[in-house]
Design a protein around this ligand. Structure first.
Ligand SMILES: Nc1ncnc2c1ncn2[C@@H]1O[C@H](COP(=O)(O)OP(=O)(O)OP(=O)(O)O)[C@@H](O)[C@H]1O
Ligand SMILES: [Mg+2]
Length: 254
């Protein structure tokens, strides 16, 4: 049996199946992504299926070019699958119209990127407020942003702009922004990739702490083996296929 067949075998599915009645935060069903490049059809992702119950800290690992960012893009809606389905909290978002999708995305999935992607002309507080205004947050966006920046240890940097912050601090702002609307799922693409090792470790500790405190589910694409040490679940992708789906070193950790 190939690794891929083993990964998707009924035994494996049973091991990682959510408890009865529990809706997975994220479910990916037979997802494919292909691109036409000249006369060639490029298969970037092929028949990827997995299901993530709430509270998991998932790492997505694989060689450069294996399709990690493309998969995260299909999950967050930055990219469109060519086939298959993506369900966020049980809602199939793969065929939704953009107008419907924007609101659902704003409430159900936060994103963290390698290069932080903060708006350079806005302060830390204003960057965190952006998704709150877009999602019509019920309370004061400013109060919520200040609360979140406190949570990530940046109460003393509220009015700094990104260029006035260190890399680690910028990533903390990006994490606060991703968590602003209380999404059950946060997806991160190489969140420590632009940071020195000690800063990266601090960011990781922060993500783990936020999972403990808020119950947020994380899916993190990475090459960093330190991150893998925190995983409750490990997905492995190679050449656009899911070749591994295993419990991580912290499986079962509360
Ligand atoms: N717009 C595009 N046009 C053509 N090929 C693309 C496009 N986007 C991605 N690819 C190809 O798809 C494959 C997967 O890319 P992807 O960025 O998802 O990989 P990755 O696993 O995130 O890699 P890395 O670890 O380097 O970030 C690569 O071979 C890439 O060249
Ligand atoms: Mg990538």
């Amino acid at each position: 049996m190939s690794d891929f067949a083993a990964a998707s075998s009924p035994e494996r599915a049973e091991q990682s199946a959510p408890a009865v009645g529990e809706v997975p935060v994220l479910e990916v069903r037979h997802l494919g992504r292909s691109l036409r490049l000249g006369s060639e059809e490029l298969e970037i992702l092929q028949d990827i299926s997995f299901s993530i119950p709430p509270g998991e800290f998932v790492t997505l690992m694989g060689p450069s070019g294996s399709g990690k960012s493309t998969l995260l893009g299909c999950i967050t809606g930055l990219d469109n699958p060519s086939s298959g389905q993506v369900l966020l909290n049980g809602v199939d978002v793969s065929k939704m119209r953009e107008s419907q999708l924007a609101g659902i995305r704003n409430r159900t999935v936060g994103m963290v990127f390698q290069a932080f992607n903060l708006i350079p002309t806005l302060t830390a507080r204003e960057n965190v407020e952006v998704p709150l205004y877009a999602g019509r947050w019920r309370g004061s966006p400013s109060a919520r942003a200040i609360e979140l920046l406190g949570l990530v240890g940046l109460s003393h940097r509220l009015e700094h702009r990104p260029s006035q912050l260190s890399g680690g601090e910028q990533q903390r702002v990006a994490i606060a922004r991703a968590l602003a609307t209380e999404p059950p799922l946060v997806v991160a693409d190489e969140p420590t990739g632009n940071l020195a090792a000690t800063q990266g470790k601090e960011i990781l500790e922060l993500l783990w702490d936020l999972r403990q405190r808020m119950g947020t589910t994380f899916v993190i694409a990475t090459h960093d083996s330190t991150i893998a040490g925190y995983a409750t679940r490990m997905l492995q992708i190679s050449d656009g296929q899911l070749v591994g789906d295993h419990p991580g070193p912290r499986a079962g950790a509360r």
